[in-house]
Design a protein around this ligand. Structure first.
Ligand code: SF4
Length: 323
């Protein structure tokens, strides 16, 4: 009997922390708890977190995903707002229609909303560093009247920005940006407008910062990096970019093992693996299993930080669970 050829060796450096953050855990648990208390259906405005696997699992349990509140019937069932946050018009509309709304906005996104509000009340014109069209940016801009916040996406946008009063400016940022790129944007803003006021500590959240730091450590010593995450997940996209900018020859974003283009990994002997904040660990395991079928793996974890962040569920769900 012919012996099966030996598998090539592959050393995997597994980034830590990776995957779910406290805001994502809270958002998913909010939907699950609402389903347990109220039964199906539970409506969810927008993908609760940017991950198809998570969304499909919740859909199977009875969640119905909608893009806007006008798709939610007046049947008394809860409607949950996603972790990314919503413009003020959304809770206002829910209130007007007397919908049973639950807000799963990540507390770290809410913190940015409050910062923007305070700047506005102090009469400051606000610059938001972020990506146009991302639901978090739509939500943050929608906290204040139109025209109060100017979005800047690139250094060129910063150069083009013409404020009403250079002495009365503030900035806030999206929570899931590249730490390094954002530092550059903030420096540029401060260079043009030395009096601009910003957060004491940047708005980029702990989860984004830690996942990028782990990638920065692994990227220079591997031949390739696999980021498990969705193409519409901002923090997953940033992990891919950070890997490439930190010296990794190529980085790919995959949602599932089935997305892997194996030809690209033929000559890889050291591989970095991480996952965006909305990607469940089960998908990381699926990807590692797929590599293990083709390679003899040795797996080592590279840790950049220890996380113990926890956010309690929205109050109505906590109160109802207690009852
Ligand atoms: Fe909150 Fe950061 Fe997670 Fe977004 S990535 S949900 S801001 S902890």
């Amino acid at each position: 009997m012919a012996e099966s050829p030996e598998k090539p060796l592959l050393q995997v450096l597994l980034c830590s922390p990776r995957g779910f953050c406290a805001g994502v855990v809270r958002a998913i648990e909010s939907v699950e708890r609402a389903l347990a208390i109220h039964g199906a259906p539970v409506y969810v405005r927008h993908e609760i977190v940017h991950n198809r696997y998570v969304v499909d699992s919740l859909r199977q349990k009875g969640a119905i995903f909608v893009e806007e509140l006008d798709e939610v019937p007046d049947d008394g069932q809860p409607v949950i707002f996603s972790a990314h946050g919503v413009p003020r018009t959304v809770p206002a509309e829910a209130g007007r229609r007397n919908l049973f709304a639950l807000d799963a906005t990540c507390p770290l996104v809410t913190k940015v909303h409050r910062e923007a509000e305070i700047h506005y009340r102090r009469g400051r014109e606000i610059v938001l560093i972020g990506h146009s069209g991302h639901p978090e940016v739509v939500g943050t801009m929608g906290q204040l009247p139109a025209g109060s916040i100017t979005l800047v996406e690139t250094p060129e946008d910063v150069d083009r920005f013409v404020p009403r009063d250079v002495h009365n400016l503030a900035y806030v940022t999206q929570t899931t940006l590249s730490v390094q790129d954002t530092l550059g944007m903030v420096e540029r803003l401060k260079g043009r407008f030395p009096e601009i006021v910003g957060p004491h500590k940047e708005d980029i959240c702990y989860a984004t910062t830690n996942r990028q730091e782990a990638v920065r450590r692994v990227a220079p010593v591997v031949d390739a990096m696999v980021v498990v995450g969705a193409p519409n997940s901002s923090n997953s996209q940033r992990l891919k970019e950070v890997a490439e900018k930190s010296g990794c020859p190529f980085a790919v974003l995959v949602q599932r093992a089935a997305d892997i283009d194996w030809a690209r990994f033929e000559n890889v002997t050291r591989l970095g693996v991480t996952a965006g904040a909305s990607a469940p660990e089960v998908l990381v395991e699926e990807v590692l299993d797929a590599f293990a079928r083709r390679y003899a793996l040795s797996v080592e974890t590279v840790s950049a930080a220890t996380e113990d962040m926890f956010f309690p569920l929205p109050r109505p769900l906590r109160d109802q669970a207690a009852e």
